[in-house]
Ligand binder design. Structure first.
Ligand SMILES: O=C1O[C@H](COP(=O)(O)O)[C@@H](O)[C@H](O)[C@H]1O
Length: 246
């Protein structure tokens, strides 16, 4: 993003309206890319608004606009827990969306779970192989009240990693502690980056990121799309923004 490429800010009335709007945008964007003969790639996120978005996409899945077997799905981060743990971002997305659409499992690329055979570092290295040189069409990211994105948390050494695509986070301040995350280097290969943020509890983090606060205190500042960066907010999440941005 150059200085001229200001992020776009979209504000919807509330959580559910925001989720429906994002779901519509996702379906339209994927359909348009497929109409160009492309197999779109999407980076998925965990979190509360993301879960509502995934359910809203599933409700739209039967309209035939998207061939879901011709979409590549990746994850921006994952909790390194047992495969059947409800803490897995993969499990959350499968329940809300992937179990309801006709995906090609060869195009679903989850981050490895703690199945007893792998270390956190093994899972991190494996995902680096999966995403190597991958350019993502859409990167969707939730944002924490502390400004974290994926599993890049304020003050952590992982924020400075710029020589690889994945990092291990063994001590996340938000449970569960063991996580694997894409780095800025990988996330910033996204053509379009969409921040999905709901609720007044995140309004300060949103305001700091859009004011370009330092990444060490607001990690979300460091992610931007090569073509477009869009902050998709509800009124609560937008409530600390200056009036011209709301
Ligand atoms: O831990 C995580 O948190 C964020 C945001 O979650 P939320 O519940 O505050 O919406 C999420 O984007 C990330 O993928 C996840 O691992």
């Amino acid at each position: 993003m150059t200085v001229d490429d200001e992020p776009e800010v979209i504000v919807e009335g509330d959580h559910d309206r925001l989720a429906r709007s994002i779901a519509d945008q996702l379906v339209s964007t994927l359909a348009a890319l497929q109409a160009q003969g492309r197999v779109p790639s999407v980076v998925l996120t965990g979190g509360t608004i993301a879960d509502t978005v995934h359910r809203a996409v599933a409700e739209r899945a039967d309209d035939g606009r998207v061939d879901w077997s011709r979409v590549d799905f990746y994850w921006g981060d994952e909790r390194f827990v047992a495969p059947d743990s409800d803490d897995r971002n993969e499990r959350q997305v499968r329940r809300a969306l992937l179990d309801h659409i006709d995906v090609d499992e060869a195009r679903v690329h989850p981050i490895a779970a703690d199945d007893g055979t792998l270390t956190l570092e093994d899972a991190t290295a494996r995902y680096a192989d999966v995403v190597r040189d991958q350019v993502f069409d859409i990167v969707m990211l939730g944002v924490g009240p502390d400004g974290h994105v994926a599993s890049l948390f304020p003050g952590k050494a992982t924020l400075a990693v710029d020589d690889r695509d994945t990092v291990a986070e063994p001590a996340s301040p938000k449970p569960p502690p063991a996580r694997v995350s894409l780095t800025y280097r990988a996330l910033n290969r996204g053509r379009e980056v969409w921040f999905l943020v709901s609720g007044a509890g995140k309004s300060d983090a949103v305001a700091r990121a859009l004011a370009r606060d330092d990444v060490t205190t607001t990690p979300a500042t460091g992610v931007h799309g090569t073509e477009q960066t869009v902050w998709m907010l509800d009124q609560g999440a937008a409530s600390a923004l200056p009036a011209d941005l709301r």
